[in-house]
Design a protein around this ligand. Structure first.
Ligand code: GUN
Length: 291
């Protein structure tokens, strides 16, 4: 029997668990505030940001949305970040990535006040995470950890293979899972586009986490019997649907399900968890800034 993890349900539990903290803060006169900044015309980025704003409204977080024309000078974004850094009603700042090419993404990430960096991307926060003392765990890796926990899969002592070495998922997740309990204690291998024999690596894993951004890269033949499979990929591929496309993960769900004991679907797996952990970080930021 394969367990298909319901990310929507676990995310909903996490949102519920935040209610008390949000009520306590609000009663004390502090409504947690999350600013989202969008400088892009990419439809997926627009959708992600609007979902994040809707989540805020649902749980009683004050969502502030700033939209900057994708053709505007980069300084407009840098100045917006400075204003949000100085605004006491804003406890968390998220600049949706990627930003246009004429904007220096590294400068964007560096210019967010580390105490408001609810993505956990600022170099100071990356450093803290690598040292094992994270201020904010990046949302997707944290969401993956919570999903594993909800499924009763303890990474302690396990062989974990992460496919993908991004700053947003692969690298921070590898760091978290290799750290001492309660976060990890796993033996972590990070694979990427230059890995010589990917299938040999994934077949040797107890837990496979696919975060490469390649549609259906991992299929059942690449998995060991009983593996746990977490699919972080969200890829839009042409399809004979009303919209002309469909969303698929980095895992071929059908063949992988025949081997896996636990697997996440796309959509409805990791995606909702990422959004829930953003709310978690925002509440944490508001508590830290006002406590
Ligand atoms: N773009 C894709 N994922 C993310 C994320 O987790 N945070 C931000 N800021 N941008 C993203």
């Amino acid at each position: 029997m394969t367990t298909v993890l319901d990310g929507d349900a676990v995310a909903s539990d996490i949102r519920d668990s935040l209610t008390d903290s949000i009520d306590t803060l609000t009663t004390a006169g502090v409504t947690p505030g999350l600013a989202t900044v969008l400088m892009s015309t990419d439809p997926s980025s627009e959708t992600y940001v609007s979902m994040k704003q809707r989540d805020c409204e649902e749980v009683g977080i004050n969502g502030i949305h700033v939209e900057i024309d994708a053709d505007a000078p980069a300084t407009e974004l840098y100045e917006t970040i400075e204003d949000l850094n100085d605004d006491p009603a804003v406890h968390g700042i998220l600049v949706q990535l990627p930003v246009p090419e004429h904007v220096d993404e590294r400068r964007v990430v560096r210019s967010i006040d580390p105490e408001k960096d609810v993505d956990g991307f600022h170099p100071e926060n990356v450093g803290r995470l690598v040292r094992g003392q994270p201020r904010f765990k990046p949302c997707t890796p944290h969401g993956v950890q919570k999903l594993l926990d909800a499924a009763g899969v303890d990474p302690d002592g396990k062989e974990v293979v992460i496919v993908g070495r991004s700053e947003i998922v692969g690298k921070p997740l590898a760091n978290l899972l290799m750290q001492k309990a309660p976060d990890g204690n796993a033996t972590v291998t990070v694979c990427h586009s230059h890995t010589a024999d990917l299938a040999a690596k994934t077949r040797a894993a107890d837990i496979v986490i696919a975060a490469a951004g390649v549609p259906e890269l991992i299929d059942g033949s690449m998995l060991s019997e009983g593996a746990t499979v977490i699919d972080v990929g969200v890829n839009s591929v042409d399809a004979d649907t009303e919209k002309g496309y469909e969303l698929v993960g980095d895992v071929d769900f059908e063949s992988a399900t025949e081997k896996a004991s636990v697997i996440t679907p796309v959509p409805g797996g990791v995606g909702p968890m990422t959004r829930a952990m953003l709310l978690y970080n925002t509440v944490k930021a508001a508590s830290a800034q006002t406590g």
